[in-house]
Design a protein around this ligand. Structure first.
Ligand SMILES: Nc1nc2c(ncn2[C@@H]2O[C@H](COP(=O)(O)OP(=O)(O)OP(=O)(O)O)[C@@H](O)[C@H]2O)c(=O)[nH]1
Ligand SMILES: [Mg+2]
Length: 309
């Protein structure tokens, strides 16, 4: 008897969860490219980011989303809306939480995480629970974490993994591929990896360094816009791309900090961002950065819309 062919499966999967649980790290790890910026701070991702993963018999189109939090201010509200509205457009959700227990081994599931799970339940989409950062905890502490989450929702499955180390990601992808629909054909051609244009990534790499290298409210007050992206001297695997970008902050005092003493801070931000960009573009990069004050832009609708476009 001829063996029945396993059907091809393809679908959109939302990566959703509280800020800082490792959603963007997972996307990058699965793609093997830095398409979503990652920092140790919460609220790093501001818009939805597509990343397409192709495997044997399946294609998973992930949407990385901003972390869901009790948002204050226009910018943060828009970020949370972007995350939650993504749930309506996908075939399945990967709800991400972090491994780990509180004092005395007690598993604490916060209000925020419960709210995310409630939204996922309301969407009625099949959901997998992903317990990330398993590299940080002894294996035996995973069981009580799984037990605590098990009854909170009718999960399609629960998978612990480490986006950082790559542990158990094969299993995660296998589970996700089993919950997306059968499909005649892939959703995207094989050469599509992300919707992030190089110009956008350039702005994001600069913002990543601002977030990593500055403190207090600056990471949340900064937006980066690429003014020019000149590739006239770019050659396949060599040459030069000239990029000019503006870092917008909300106050004069923030501008002074981002520039630093004799421009030292701005230089350090530029150097780190340039190195990542050179890796992405495969050529030398000349990166010019300017800092401008745009008073309270995170509170102004039109300014926020421009940044999130
Ligand atoms: N130890 C450990 N750290 C991780 C892992 N995955 C992510 N991280 C770290 O967690 C922090 C947050 O990672 P992100 O990927 O930016 O988290 P996110 O969920 O996208 O955060 P937002 O965009 O703010 O919602 C970074 O410092 C990562 O290096 C993991 O598997 N293990
Ligand atoms: Mg993120």
């Amino acid at each position: 008897m001829p063996r029945k062919k396993t059907p091809f499966r393809a679908g959109f999967v939302a990566l959703i969860g509280r800020p800082n649980v490792g959603k963007s790290s997972l996307l990058n790890r699965l793609l093997g490219e830095h398409v979503a910026i990652v920092t140790p701070r919460p609220q790093t991702t501001r818009t939805r980011i597509l990343g397409v993963v192709n495997g044997e018999g399946h294609q998973l189109a992930f949407f990385d989303t901003p972390g869901v939090h009790a948002a204050k201010g226009v910018l943060n509200r828009r970020m949370v809306e972007a995350a939650l509205s993504t749930l309506q457009e996908v075939d399945a959700a990967l709800v991400m939480v972090e491994a780990g227990t509180g004092p005395g081994g007690k598993v604490e599931i916060g209000e925020g995480t419960r709210a995310v799970i409630a939204e996922v339940a309301r969407s009625r989409k099949p959901a997998v629970l992903g317990i990330n950062k398993m590299d940080r905890v002894p294996r035996e502490t995973l069981l009580p974490v799984i037990a605590a989450y098990k009854d909170l929702h009718a999960w399609a499955d629960i998978v612990p993994f480490s986006a950082l180390k790559g542990d158990n990601l094969d299993r995660l992808v296998e589970v996700l591929a089993s919950v997306v629909p059968e499909s005649e054909a892939p959703l995207f051609p094989a050469d599509v990896m992300t919707d992030q244009a190089e110009r956008q990534l350039a702005a994001e790499y600069v913002r990543e360094q601002v977030m990593i290298q500055t403190r207090q409210e600056i990471p949340y007050s900064a937006a980066v816009e690429v003014e020019s992206f000149d590739e006239a001297d770019r050659r396949e695997g060599s040459g030069l791309v000239r990029i000019e970008a503006i870092i917008r902050v909300e106050r004069d005092s923030q501008k002074a900090i981002v520039i630093g003493k004799r421009g030292a801070q701005l230089k350090a931000i530029g150097t780190s961002a340039r190195l990542r960009l050179e890796r992405l573009l495969g050529c030398k990069v000349f990166l010019k950065l300017l800092v401008k004050v745009d008073e309270h832009w995170t509170e102004r609708d039109a300014a926020v819309r421009r940044v999130l476009k």
